[in-house]
Design a protein around this ligand. Sequence first.
Ligand code: FMN
Length: 399
Amino acid sequence: MPTVLPGAPTGAPAEPVRLELPPLHLGRLTVDTPVVLAPMAGITNTAFRRLCREFGGGLYVAEMVTSRALVERHPESLRMIRHDDDETVRSVQLYGVDPVTVGQAVRMLVEEDLADHIDLNFGCPVPKVTKRGGGSALPWKTDLFTQIVTTAVREADQGGLPLTVKMRKGIDEDHLTYLEAGRIARDAGVAAVALHGRTAAQFYSGTADWSAIARLREALPDVPVLGNGDIWSAEDAVRMVRETGVDGVVVGRGCQGRPWLFGDLQAAFEGRADRIQPGLAEVGEAFFRHAQLLVEYFEDEGKALRDIRKHVAWYFKGYAVGGELRARLAQVNTLEELRGLLGTLDADAPYPGADAEGPRGRAGSPKRPALPDRWLESRTMDSDQTRDIAAAELDVSGG
Ligand SMILES: Cc1cc2nc3c(=O)[nH]c(=O)nc-3n(C[C@H](O)[C@H](O)[C@H](O)COP(=O)(O)O)c2cc1C
């Protein structure tokens, strides 16, 4: 019987692929398996991080919080940066557009000992963010980008915390920013640069451009570069390392509904060929456990059960689960109701193979990014833009 229990992988042994990749060093931190759980708003809370962590080594980044909300101590932001006691590396991602506020948020994390690693989000493509100059629109303004990263690194240094940046290729193919932003971040003293190989205009559509990741790796020989985009399996991760030379990989949608991917990633990075291929009963158990952990996280059963609904399609992708049961799973209100529904799954249904693999999660379609007036006319901020940028310190989600 296949199992999803850590340490009990079930994939058929194939020719082992040995990947010669040393541990990832981020300042004083060492990440033995150079794999990072991509920050995902609404997903990478303590509940999901626990499920992932149980399967493999790596660095598990929390959901993004906005620096202003953190500095103002919004209860939801404080919840989002909480870590379980056994999370040995407490990783937090900040979004911000104002160097002073970002600096204050980093200082707060340092002085109150709330994090061991801080990442800055410069990849968010959501229109309400970019139309005010935040997220993936921001690196276009090299002066503002430099100020934010420099301030954040200086504050993080006070506590010896490594600070990393995560960004996209640019605004669109005619307005690429990643090489220059990578150099600026390197010069500011970041511990690593992560690149999602898409532009803001692409959102999550098309395929990630790994050749851009390779170019960044080449352009920044003296700082770790992490590659992100379209890793759906351990084999994809190995291929990305081989094709681009990156020092580590960042995995987002590929692990949605599939926290055991981190077990596969660790196996691949250790040169083992075993892969975790759970049957339907095990997936049902993992799904239930996720819901239980969300109840603990939100301290509110109704809220947790509403939250788990979005995970249904991901967990059961490719498995023999009828449309009606899927629809009912996506409407559950209590753990008891969920337990009952899961009890009706076919406990003998095996791992479905290719149908459970491949792309999952958000895709979207390309669109012209919304930007502030005259944003693209110059690489530096004018006085109107400087005045207006504060409005981009929104309570945002998404990356
Ligand atoms: C639901 C969702 C939420 C996301 N939230 C964030 C976020 O808060 N911060 C961030 O930097 N990126 C965020 N991202 C982007 C991911 O971190 C990652 O860069 C992107 O999904 C590409 O990687 P993938 O192809 O492995 O999914 C989010 C992506 C998704 C799908």
